[in-house]
Design a protein around this ligand. Structure first.
Ligand SMILES: [Zn+2]
Length: 68
């Protein structure tokens, strides 16, 4: 289950001492960010990757009005 973080990524990213602190910053961002614990520095970083966030296909099939 452990998320492996590359050291180069760890060094580039901002570190947050606590998840709460990371969440606070994430809340202010214009795009979705989520904190995760880094296994290199054991602090928190934010990631903008929203893996697992699926766009429901239902929206495509419904509510589509033909332009013609
Ligand atoms: Zn790190």
């Amino acid at each position: 289950m452990a998320v492996r973080t590359r050291l180069s990524i760890c060094l580039k990213k901002t570190r947050y001492a606590s998840e709460a602190g990371a969440l606070e910053v994430a809340a202010k961002a214009d795009f979705p960010l989520r904190p995760y614990r880094c296994d290199r520095c054991w602090q928190f970083h934010l990631t903008g990757r929203t893996k697992g966030k699926r766009i429901p296909r239902v929206l495509r099939n419904h509510d589509v009005e033909p332009l013609a």
